[in-house]
Design a protein around this ligand. Structure first.
Ligand code: HEC
Ligand code: HEC
Ligand code: HEC
Ligand code: HEC
Ligand code: HEC
Length: 391
């Protein structure tokens, strides 16, 4: 009895930490706690399937169909992870319309985060009202309710901000956790973009012009797999100085530029690697990693009970713009005396997950690694370095 009460309290506690995004009368998103309840479809939108919307909203539907929102359930990277942790918690975000409590099937699986999951509640189409969309005609055949929150970051937080689940294995022990599993909204809130009023939508839903000249917001929702978005994220500076006659000291500095949160953000396994090597000797490269790491610690909780608490052990990512100094590291690379290298080469990469994990899940380099930028730096002789430092 007492045990049940404690577990119940814990569960409520962990659940209470997530953010439910609400309009005046509706809860839009329930994070990992429950599936989304769309209610009845809006009049004149068929069954409310995305292909029903596509009949009129062609451009938006085409972009969405190629997005990870559509593939949130079918996406291979998700599926491999879900095989290891097949929990309702995961289904509630990655196939949020699946309400049968089992493996999602049919539209719920195929459409993932669908038009209706984001826009429709109880027969009404919700939207910010800022854009008119890509449909021909000026009068929507379906009811529309404007809610300014659609245009703000808080909207995305309903799914892009959440803590580790209390339950790790179905029916297993409950873990106390107040640690964000994804902290993208929190990172944005701490950034200079929030202070300036730049929302997630401003960067991730840029304005587009359809063939007939109407303007709408992109629904492609590109992220860390998009080379041009990655290129906007940061600036890398590498400098090198010879130290003695057998070593080179290399300084790397990564400054966030047009990114709205930490870099990388999102899924807990995301990672950046900056590799550095001398001349063509890539076999002896050194790597600076940018990632978060976690550990479960057995602790006394604030309420006096003891149990496992998930803690973030380190965070070496590039922090959001405006929150601190750029990320800097220094490495020393050795070479054979008498074979002085000419240049230091570097390569900056985005990884969906660490290499050993990718290998164990059967992903080749092209499936989980993308080059952000690469270059080379001249090696300054040590005398030059001294003269730089002498007034
Ligand atoms: C029969 C055609 C048709 C179908 C089907 C349809 N729409 Fe629309 N929709 C329109 C038209 C026309 C407008 C108004 C465009 C304008 O104002 O120029 C519109 C407007 C909208 C808006 C913008 C409302 C605003 O002013 O802020 C949203 C959001 C929207 N639709 C979503 C959807 C979704 C989601 C579906 C599927 C569940 C859907 N529509 C199905 C024709 C359609
Ligand atoms: C992940 C959530 C999400 C999904 C999925 C989604 N939308 Fe949207 N949509 C939004 C948001 C947020 C806005 C409002 C952006 C703003 O006004 O700042 C919006 C705006 C719109 C608009 C009106 C504004 C404009 O000019 O673009 C239309 C029309 C629309 N969506 C249709 C659709 C259709 C059709 C689908 C499915 C093919 C769809 N949306 C899928 C979140 C979503
Ligand atoms: C209903 C839940 C939900 C909402 C609301 C939502 N997202 Fe997502 N989003 C997801 C899920 C789940 C994924 C991951 C899909 C996958 O890769 O398996 C995702 C993926 C993405 C990606 C792609 C990431 C990548 O790895 O390339 C971007 C970008 C993104 N969302 C931005 C947004 C923005 C901006 C908003 C607000 C306008 C938003 N999302 C609202 C659930 C949501
Ligand atoms: C100033 C522009 C900007 C703003 C604002 C912004 N982002 Fe991003 N976002 C980026 C860039 C650039 C990237 C690519 C670099 C990266 O992966 O972090 C990105 C990547 C992402 C990814 C993919 C992460 C990955 O590695 O797969 C997600 C998810 C995402 N953003 C969600 C959001 C959400 C949610 C918000 C609002 C809380 C937001 N973004 C605000 C620019 C922005
Ligand atoms: C509250 C919503 C939510 C819950 C619950 C959730 N996810 Fe996600 N997941 C997301 C969002 C949002 C993203 C996109 C972030 C990004 O791309 O970095 C994502 C991305 C991922 C990715 C990366 C997919 C890719 O294409 O690279 C994997 C893998 C993943 N989730 C697995 C899981 C598993 C397994 C669970 C259950 C243990 C789970 N997720 C629970 C929202 C959620």
């Amino acid at each position: 009895m007492a045990l049940c009460a404690t577990l119940g309290a814990l569960r409520r506690d962990a659940v209470g930490q997530r953010r439910a995004v609400t309009t005046a009368s509706l809860v839009l998103f329930r994070g990992g706690d429950a599936p989304i309840r769309v209610g009845r479809p809006a009049p004149n939108t068929g069954h409310g399937a995305s292909e029903d919307c596509a009949a009129c909203h062609r451009e938006i539907a085409r972009e969405w169909a190629a997005s990870l929102h559509k593939h949130a359930w079918t996406d291979e990277v998700f599926q491999r992870a879900y095989e290891i942790e097949p929990m309702a918690f995961c289904r509630n975000c990655h196939a949020p319309l699946a309400t049968n409590g089992r493996t999602p099937r049919g539209l719920a699986a195929v459409e993932g985060v669908s038009c209706s999951a984001c826009h429709v509640r109880d027969g009404v189409v919700l939207s910010s009202g800022a854009g008119r969309g890509d449909a021909a005609g000026t009068i929507a055949p379906h009811p529309v309710r404007a809610d300014a929150r659609f245009g703000r970051s808080e909207y995305c937080a309903g799914c892009h901000q959440f803590n580790f689940p209390a339950e790790r294995t179905p029916g297993g022990p409950l873990f106390d956790t107040h640690m964000p599993m994804q902290d993208t909204f929190g990172e944005w809130q701490r950034s200079a973009h929030a202070a300036r009023g730049t929302q997630c939508q401003d960067c991730h839903m840029p304005w587009r012009t359809a063939a007939d000249g109407t303007r709408y917001r992109s629904h492609a929702f590109v992220g860390g797999r998009d080379p041009s978005l990655l290129a906007r994220s940061s600036r890398v500076e590498v400098t090198a100085i010879a130290v003695g006659d057998d070593r080179v000291s290399v300084s790397v500095r990564v400054t966030p530029t047009d990114v709205g949160h930490a870099f990388p953000t999102g899924d807990l396994f995301r990672r950046l690697e900056l590799s550095v090597w001398l001349d063509d000797d890539a076999s002896r490269k050194r790597i600076v990693a940018f990632a978060r790491s976690f550990a479960d610690q057995f602790e006394r909780r604030p309420d006096g009970t003891t149990g496992f608490v998930r803690r973030q052990v380190s965070d070496s990512r590039v922090q959001p713009p405006g929150t601190g100094a750029p990320r800097e590291s220094r490495l020393v690379l050795a070479f054979e005396r008498g074979r002085a290298p000419r240049v230091v080469r570097w390569k900056f990469e985005h990884l969906l997950m660490p290499s050993p994990q990718a290998a164990s899940q059967g992903f080749g380099a092209a499936q989980y690694r993308a080059t952000i930028s690469e270059g080379q730096a001249a090696i300054a002789p040590i005398t030059a370095a001294i003269s730089v430092n002498t007034p």
